[in-house]
Write a protein that binds this ligand. Structure first.
Ligand SMILES: Nc1ncnc2c1ncn2[C@@H]1O[C@H](COP(=O)(O)OP(=O)(O)O)[C@@H](O)[C@H]1O
Ligand SMILES: O=C(OP(=O)(O)O)[C@H](O)COP(=O)(O)O
Ligand SMILES: [Mg+2]
Length: 398
């Protein structure tokens, strides 16, 4: 069923609450990649030009409980203000009396960014009272947060129950159009590359993706979980202990189905998690490779790089989510860079999704060489899996 779109709205003098995904990478309070902010600008400008009183909501990072300065959206407000060339006020909170006053005082064309919704645990719990408070006096809700559309949270799903009209934004439309439409019949071989840190979420989609993909490459922290499950020593590596059985199930299923499923043959490891740290590569696992105690896997190894690059060269359609290593630290970026370069050379369809994966590709200056850049990692994987994302399902029908 088609959903109401931002194109269909008359927003003149209306209060519009728009969910954006300003979950941008920060280092010492500085935004290292503003792709997600830039990606929301077409919808923001459209609403400003249409005379809306615009209230923006977003999460940033994963604060544990309550406000934490390092997860403030202040840098995002400042960056958006620069991009728009107009003031973007940051509310001190996402809900409450003071915020209600700020919202009521908005004039057509003005923009207010609410503080991080995840400063309230009620956001992720999709609590009704919090969602209602967030909806506040809004006449219209727009969801342009593709990167968070796979979460049924108060600001993505809950609010729609308290606002008359809920529509998709331009970014959400564009992502869905490409990732659902163009990927319906991918040219084969279809390769999925997965890595990154959000293992417990993303490992869950692999089984479903085996119905579509011909091959998988697994890097990042996800690879550690698979290697641990196989019984290899993983030292201090980041491992998802409660996903070991699932990892073994996935390996068995891949074998049964004849899906190529490549884990890194070796791993780059370190004792110190910092720039310039000494690193070394384990022996290939086949030859007894192991990560000793006190060391942790922070990138795929050199044999793995060669094998993965060869696999990328053979594929006709590739979707990549999750860096191969901790690319934010240059000494740990080799594997991620090699994959990005191999994708750039591939003449088939190359899709990179995810806040951090896209940051890496931008950092290497290879974004122009990709067919499609998606602002969502988990969201694009769940979409590919064939799921209707909760943030989309909740929108009004057209
Ligand atoms: N071996 C590893 N150990 C720990 N963290 C890793 C490892 N490999 C990659 N990462 C981290 O994964 C993070 C990105 O993961 P994720 O959020 O799942 O990807 P994306 O944002 O592209 O969807 C990066 O910040 C990177 O440093
Ligand atoms: O960064 C995000 O996803 P991604 O890391 O999969 O690209 C989104 O903002 C969702 O964040 P979440 O995974 O903490 O819900
Ligand atoms: Mg990420």
């Amino acid at each position: 069923m088609a959903k109401l779109s931002i194109r269909d709205l008359d927003v003149k003098s209306k209060e519009v609450l728009m969910r954006v995904d300003f979950n941008v990478p920060l280092q010492d309070g500085v935004i290292t990649d503003d792709t997600r902010i830039q990606a929301a600008v077409p919808s923001i400008k459209h609403l400003i030009a249409g005379g809306a009183k615009l209230v923006l909501a977003s999460h940033l990072g994963r604060p544990k409980s309550g406000p934490e300065a390092k997860f403030s959206l202040a840098p995002a407000a400042a960056r958006l203000s620069e991009i728009l060339g107009q003031e973007v006020k940051l509310a001190p909170e996402s809900v409450g009396e003071e915020v209600a006053k700020l919202r009521a005082a908005l004039q057509p064309g003005e923009v207010l960014l609410l503080e991080n919704t995840r400063f309230h645990p009620e956001e992720e719990a999709n609590d009704k009272d919090y969602a209602k408070a967030l909806a506040g006096s809004a006449d219209i809700f727009v969801n342009d947060a593709f990167g968070t559309a796979h979460r049924a949270h108060a600001s993505t799903e809950g609010v729609t129950h308290f606002i008359a009209q809920s529509a998709s934004g331009f970014l959400l439309d564009r992502e869905l159009e490409y990732l659902v439409g163009k990927l319906e019949n991918p040219e084969k071989p279809f390769l999925v590359i997965m890595g990154g840190a959000k293992v417990s979420d993303k490992i869950q989609v692999i089984t479903a993706l085996m119905e579509k993909a011909d091959a998988f490459l697994i890097g990042g922290a996800m690879a550690n979980t698979f290697r641990k499950a196989q019984g290899y020593a993983t030292g201090n590596s980041r491992v998802e202990a409660d996903k070991l059985d699932l990892a073994l199930d996935i390996l068995a299923k891949a074998k049964e189905k004849g899906v190529r499923f490549l884990l890194p043959a070796d791993t780059r490891i370190t004792q110190e998690f910092k720039e310039g740290a000494e690193t070394k590569v384990t022996d290939p696992y086949e030859k007894g490779g192991a990560t000793p105690d006190g060391w942790e896997g922070i990138d795929i190894g050199d044999v793995a790089i060669d094998e993965f690059v060869a696999e990328v060269a053979k594929a006709k359609t590739i979707i990549w989510n999750g860096p191969m290593g901790v690319f934010e630290i240059e000494s740990f970026a080799k594997g991620t860079k090699a994959i990005a370069e191999a994708m750039a050379k591939n003449e088939g369809v190359t899709i990179v999704g995810g806040g951090d994966s896209v940051t890496a590709v931008n950092q290497f200056g290879l974004d122009d060489q990709m067919t499609f850049i998606s602002t969502g990692g988990g969201a694009s994987l769940e979409l590919l899996e064939g799921k209707v994302l909760p943030g989309v399902a909740a929108l009004s029908d057209a």
